[in-house]
Structure formats: structure tokens, C-alpha cells
Design a protein around this ligand. Structure first.
Ligand code: ZN
Length: 437
């Protein structure tokens, strides 16, 4: 009901409204689902190879009930005229950190964990969620809170309840490394400083940590497969693997046993290989993908989430190997594309400041790296829907799917940067932004 309240409030006012103390208005909503017709000048539905001209999308409540070329809207239905725009499925970012606001240097990171309370960070995360939604991201997979414990479960819940605007979420809560392998590090042993992850040791410890995180609301388990990335004489980006084989396997097995999935941070070739051996569901970053590993990731059907935006953003500030890693990832991306690796769009937003960079920039990198605009659009809609297990609910504009729509006034198939200028956003039938008149 609250979602519908949002919808009508926003439609009436044409802008975001926050519920004040007078939130009782939502009780007055009737049970009948609201019917909306959207006229799309061009519809990129996520399925077809070319756009559908003059499409009519009929929506009832949270769902799309029909999509037809042409056709007339039934009488008495609210009409949204996007006839001068291109309509697409809502975007999905499969790698974000709502609880983080940029960490080019370790100092940026430490300050957030040491000087900001978790409640303060949670307030900023609500702001970040609104920014993401306004940029067209109707769904996100948030891959760990970076020391903010289970606050991602709270932001997910607040969004789902319609208390704050934001994308629909799947969350990973705390992430895991063995003891001592993730910041905050380097402080006096006399001080108890917060940790960016949950330290997890041993097979029993791994299973217990998975159970604990799932108990508190984790949809995904994330672990750090590696650290200390470095080039060796073979020209390959190597790394130090964090968990023993037994520990990594225990994390994955236990997570799968509980019906959840595993995302592994893996940058160097050794970390990627270890994560693939442990049977994770997605490889995050993956700069060190070698030809053999690309074959392996394709063969296993594991998803790759490249997060190019963050790499390009932090490289100048971090220097060293980071610039070289951006070039390396570009080459890996081009090879992976030829091998039909399942590439799901992910940006690592939060690793860069939500206020500075629009996540949709990632689409442009993918086109720059060799995808067609249509492939890039699919990597941010259809492919992530598969990764999240929601193919039957979202990712395409089709009957039975959630009514998650975005619209742009230019042609994204000619200029992919159009996706950075989203003018209309609907999530589950509720309009959150409409600048098209
Ligand atoms: Zn990340």
C-alpha cells in the first residue's frame, strides 16, 4: 500500500514527497490496483534486437499487464505520455555500497569508519539510494556495508516499506575475510577499531558466519578472495589468496545450502582462480582474468561484474599498479565478450562519491570497451535479473514483470551516454521522476 501511496503522491505533485507526521493518508488508499497506460515513442524492451515504435504499456498496480505496438489505452486509465522518448527497463547495478561515500585513499575509508556513526552513515545511505533511483536504477545488489554491520538490511526494509525512495535491494551485509586481511589496520593493538568486514576463520567459523549473516538478513554472502595485487615477470596480475581452499568452499557450500548466493571480490588471477574453484556465483572486479580464466568463467557460467567506473575513478588517486589494471581489464573485457561471458553491470558506487558520478557511466565504458549499445543495455537489465534470480520479475518490459521503467529523450542506441540523462523513472508502477512534458 505504501508504494502505491508514493505513486499517487508523486504523480500528483510531480516531485518527491517525504512522508511527514501526517503519514496516515496512506490508510485511505483503496484496495483496487491503480491502472496506468504508458505511451512510449520507442521501447527498448530488453528482449528484442530493435526498439518497438509507439508502444503501449499497460500497468496494473506494481505489474505490467501488456505491451503492444500501437493500440489505444482503455478509457478511464491514467495516461503517461512518453511518446517523444525512448523507454527502457529500469537499470540494475549489481555492485554498490550504499553505506560508503568514496574511498580513493585508505584515509578516506578510515575516516568514515572512525568518525561517522552507523546511524549517520545510514542516513547518508538513504540519500544515496534516492540518487540511484533518480538516475534510473530501480534495483541494486549492495555488496557489503563496510563496517556498518547490518544497516543495509535496514535501508532495504525502509525502501521496501515505502518510507524512503530508493531501488529495490538485495544485500550482502558484512562480507568476510580471515582475521587481519581487511581494514581497519595499522592502529595500536591497544585500540579496538571497527572492521570493514567480519573476520572469519576456519571451516566451522565460516559456516557459522554464513548462518549469522543470513539470520540477520543477508541475501548474498560476499567474501574477499584476495588482496595485495601485483604484477609478476609473466605479465599477469597476481594476488595473495585470503582463505584456505577449505574455508572458501565451506562459505560457498553453506551459503548455497541456505538457498543464497556468493559474490567473491577477486582482482588478481590467483584470487579469481581460487574463487572459481570454490564455485562462487559472481566474480567482482576481475582485472586479472587471464585467457584460461576467461575460458573457465565462461564454461562454469559464472557472472562477471567488472566495476570499471570505480577502477577508472580511483586509479589516478592511488597511482602505482592501479592505472595498469584499468588497461588490463579493458583487454580482458574484450576477450570475455568474444567468449560470451555473462557480464552483469556493476559499478562499485560508494567506492566513488554518489554525488559526483552517475552510475550509468558504466554503460558508456562497456560500449567503449566493445559492447554494442544494446549489449550494454542488456548487461544492465536482463543479465542482472538472471544473476539476482528475478528473471521472471524484472529486466525486461513485458507482461507479468514489475513495472520498472526509465525514459530518456535522446537515442541511447546512437549515444549510450543518454543513459546518464534519465528523465523519467517508474519503480513497481510508482512514478519517482518525470521531467518529460
Ligand atoms: Zn565493492
Amino acid at each position: 500500500m505504501r508504494v502505491k501511496f508514493w505513486g499517487s503522491a508523486v504523480a500528483a505533485a510531480g516531485l518527491f514527497l517525504f512522508l511527514g507526521h501526517g503519514g496516515q493518508a496512506q490508510e485511505k488508499q483503496t484496495a483496487a490496483p491503480k491502472k496506468i497506460a504508458v505511451r512510449a515513442g520507442r521501447l527498448i524492451d530488453g528482449k528484442g534486437d530493435s526498439p518497438i515504435a509507439n508502444a503501449l504499456i499497460l500497468i496494473e498496480g506494481e505489474q505490467i499487464v501488456s505491451v503492444t505496438p500501437g493500440g489505444a489505452a482503455p478509457a478511464g486509465v491514467e495516461m503517461i505520455d512518453l511518446s517523444k522518448a525512448t523507454v527502457l527497463p529500469g537499470f540494475v547495478d549489481t555492485h554498490t555500497h550504499l553505506l560508503l561515500n568514496g574511498d580513493i585513499t585508505s584515509e578516506d575509508y578510515d575516516v568514515q569508519l572512525l568518525k561517522q556513526s552507523i546511524p549517520y552513515r545510514a542516513i547518508l545511505s538513504a540519500r544515496n539510494a534516492r540518487i540511484a533511483l533518480e538516475h534510473g536504477f530501480t534495483t541494486m545488489r549492495d555488496l557489503e556495508t563496510e563496517g556498518a554491520m547490518y544497516a543495509d538490511v535496514d535501508i532495504k526494509t525502509a525502501i521496501a516499506n515505502g518510507e524512503v525512495p530508493g531501488p529495490r535491494m538485495q544485500v550482502a551485509t558484512r562480507a568476510m575475510t580471515p582475521t587481519g586481511m581487511y581494514p581497519l589496520l595499522g592502529y595500536s593493538w591497544e585500540l579496538q577499531v571497527p572492521k570493514g568486514v567480519q573476520y572469519v576463520d576456519g571451516v566451522d567459523g565460516a559456516r557459522k558466519a554464513v548462518r549469522e549473516q543470513v539470520m540477520y538478513g543477508a541475501d548474498w554472502i560476499k567474501y574477499y578472495s584476495d588482496r595485495r595485487y601485483h604484477f609478476e615477470a609473466d605479465g599477469v596480475l597476481h594476488s595473495m589468496v585470503n582463505f584456505t581452499e577449505e574455508e572458501a568452499k565451506a562459505i560457498v557450500e553453506e551459503t548455497h545450502r541456505l538457498g543464497k548466493k556468493v559474490a567473491a571480490h577477486a582482482i588478481g588471477s590467483d584470487g579469481i582462480a581460487a574463487a572459481l574453484r570454490a564455485d562462487v556465483d559472481s566474480i567482482e572486479h576481475g582485472e586479472g582474468l587471464t585467457d584460461a580464466l576467461i575460458e573457465e568463467i565462461a564454461r562454469k557460467g559464472v557472472y562477471w561484474v567488472p566495476t570499471i567506473t570505480v577502477g577508472a575513478y580511483v586509479a589516478p588517486g592511488r597511482g602505482g599498479n592501479w592505472t595498469k589494471m584499468v588497461d588490463l581489464e579493458k583487454a580482458a573485457f574484450q576477450k570475455a565478450l568474444k567468449k560470451n561471458v555473462k557480464i552483469a553491470l556493476g559499478t562499485d558506487a560508494g567506492g566513488f562519491d554518489w554525488k559526483e558520478i552517475n552510475q550509468a557511466k558504466e554503460f558508456a565504458y562497456y560500449v567503449d570497451y566493445g559492447m554494442t549499445p544494446m549489449q550494454a543495455i542488456r548487461s544492465g537489465t536482463v543479465v542482472p535479473a538472471e544473476l539476482l534470480g528475478w528473471s521472471d520479475k524484472m529486466g525486461t518490459v513485458a507482461s507479468g514483470r514489475w513495472a520498472d521503467l526509465v525514459a530518456v529523450t535522446g537515442d541511447p542506441l546512437k549515444d549510450i551516454t543518454e543513459l546518464q540523462r534519465v528523465k523519467f523513472v517508474m519503480k513497481a508502477g510508482a512514478v519517482y521522476k518525470n521531467e518529460i512534458h
